[in-house]
Design a protein around this ligand. Structure first.
Ligand code: GBH
Length: 490
């Protein structure tokens, strides 16, 4: 904490200001976000096949409270009510994901499940009726289980083909009305937490020197293949855009020392550059290739051709920031890349997180970190179009009375701070087109189950999953109307 105060004193321009809608360009888009497995439930309904998250969450010891997404917050049956809430709050857009195994129950892409198509058609149509623009994520971590079990999921190059069939089917079925597509959510998380730490599905950790890199490689190729299908078959008629969502913490050098600065820069390359560099320039960042050598899969010339400039926009999920330091000997504990070789070679270490802790152990409130990530992307990737596709904070679930749980003052100040940081980044020159709050509803927070609440809207798990807007939802409603932050501005 002391360190942060000192840091802000030295960098006063990073201090947050009051924010109002008029600080953003007139056509700037405000939305809320969710993902299928976290909210839908209805896991055996409408012809849906199982996903790796059904299997993982039903494995003992994987989820903090022993829960799963079988019912989640029952959005499958309550989507109308939920969409009405989005409309009532005044959001322009809604980012949600499609459950792959609702469209192709075994993932193989041989027979479309029409009930799945109908479900998402209903959602899309209900949104459009209310003037809310759909932003669809094709893959938010819920791989059809059969693809995992029969061929190793993201570890097998064949997955690229199956993802392409799925993406093509979605473009063909929904693309007349959906103009913004996101291929994958946070490929880094699938790679690192799916195949290294094993805290997310499919929960592998035995081969973390190779599997995270293979899983990334195939995700990158899957993304680019979907983009090329869209551009060659749909773009002319439908006129939409396709992006990728990456997650990035801000890495602030622990000191002014050149080694710490280099360590922080490396950390950013290993987090963002891993995905963005290939998709803009056709290959992994040089620093990764140098450090990892043959540990990094190779792209063929043909792959590189496919990859280059295969992004219409970047979706950025951002929550937290930390100091990064240089280490000379192999770090005792390194969150990313457990593989011995990489720990030793990459030579950075996660230092202190920056700011106040939220409920989740990894989430610290540091609004200027978002401004810095946005400016970093501007410089590194030639000022691309960016959407902030997730940003938000969580509260611990508790047995406090409802009115206390609903009065989420901290979340209000979180949004104020981070929105001010986005407005600042736009003034700095970043081409940020929209911002999505995470999340519309309290939901299944992966390995943390229902113990963490990220929603603008409270879900009463003990009373029939009733929805209750929190103070932050009402704050957003006033903000979107332009009634917040006009007075009392410094
Ligand atoms: C996003 O990931 C996800 O896209 C979204 O689905 C999720 O609900 C949201 O963040 C909030 O977490 O389980 O404590 O060991 C952000 C990156 C990746 C950070 C997983 C936390 C697990 C930490 N997150 N990570 S923990």
């Amino acid at each position: 904490m002391i360190k942060k105060e000192k840091f802000l004193k030295e960098h006063p321009y990073l201090l947050e200001k009051e924010v109002s809608r008029s600080d953003f360009p007139p056509n700037f888009l405000f939305g809320v976000a969710t993902s299928a497995y976290q909210i839908e439930g209805g896991c055996r309904e409408g012809g849906r096949g199982p996903s790796i998250w059904d299997a993982f969450s039903h494995t003992k010891g994987t989820i903090l409270d022993g829960s799963n997404g079988d019912v989640a917050v029952d959005h499958y049956h309550r989507y109308k009510e939920d969409i009405e809430l989005i409309a009532k709050l005044g959001f322009d857009a809604y980012r949600f994901s499609i459950s792959w195994s609702r469209i192709f129950p075994d993932g193989l892409g041989t027979k479309v499940n029409e009930e799945g198509i109908a479900f998402y058609n209903n959602i899309i149509n209900a949104l459009l009726e209310k003037g809310i623009e759909p932003y669809i994520t094709l893959y938010h971590w819920d791989l059809p289980l059969h693809l995992q079990e029969s061929m190793g999921g993201w570890l097998n190059k064949e997955i690229v083909k199956y993802f392409a069939i799925y993406a093509d089917t979605c473009f063909a079925s929904f693309g007349d009305r959906v103009k913004k597509w996101i291929t994958l959510n946070e490929p880094l998380q699938t790679a690192v937490n799916g195949f290294d730490t094993g805290i997310l599905a499919p929960g592998k950790h035995e081969h973390s020197d190779t599997e995270p890199f293979l899983a990334s490689h195939h995700q990158i190729l899957a993304h680019a293949t979907a983009v090329s299908i869209y551009r060659s078959m749909y773009k002319d008629n439908q006129g939409g855009e396709v992006g990728l969502v990456v997650d990035c913490e801000w890495a602030e050098a622990n000191s002014d020392k050149i080694e710490d600065k280099a360590a922080a820069a490396k950390r950013l390359e290993f987090q963002l550059g891993w995905y963005l560099h290939p998709l803009y320039y056709g290959d992994y960042p040089e620093v990764m290739r140098k450090i990892l050598g043959d540990g990094l899969p190779k792209f063929s010339e043909e792959d590189k051709e496919l990859l280059r400039n295969s992004l219409d926009f970047i979706g950025l999920n951002h929550y937290s920031s930390r100091f990064i330091k240089h280490v000379t000997d192999s770090p005792a504990e390194c969150y990313y890349y457990k593989a011995q070789e990489i720990e030793r070679l990459a030579k950075w270490e996660d230092g202190e997180p920056i700011g106040e802790r939220a409920a989740s152990e990894w989430l610290y409130v540091c609004p200027w970190g978002l401004r810095k990530v946005l400016n970093y992307i501007v410089q590194r990737y030639n000022n691309p179009i960016i959407y902030v596709t997730e940003n938000g904070m969580d509260d611990e679930d508790s047995s406090a009375p409802l009115h206390e749980m609903l009065d989420d003052k901290l979340r209000v100040s979180y949004f104020k701070g981070y929105l001010a940081a986005v407005a600042q980044a736009i003034k700095d020159g970043a081409d940020v087109r929209g911002y999505f709050a995470w999340s519309l509803l309290d939901n299944f927070e992966w390995a943390q189950g229902y113990t963490k609440r990220f929603g603008l809207i409270y879900v009463d798990y003990k009373n029939g999953l009733a929805r209750h807007p929190k103070s932050s939802a009402y704050w957003f409603m006033r903000f979107l109307k332009g009634d917040e932050g006009k007075n009392g501005k410094e």
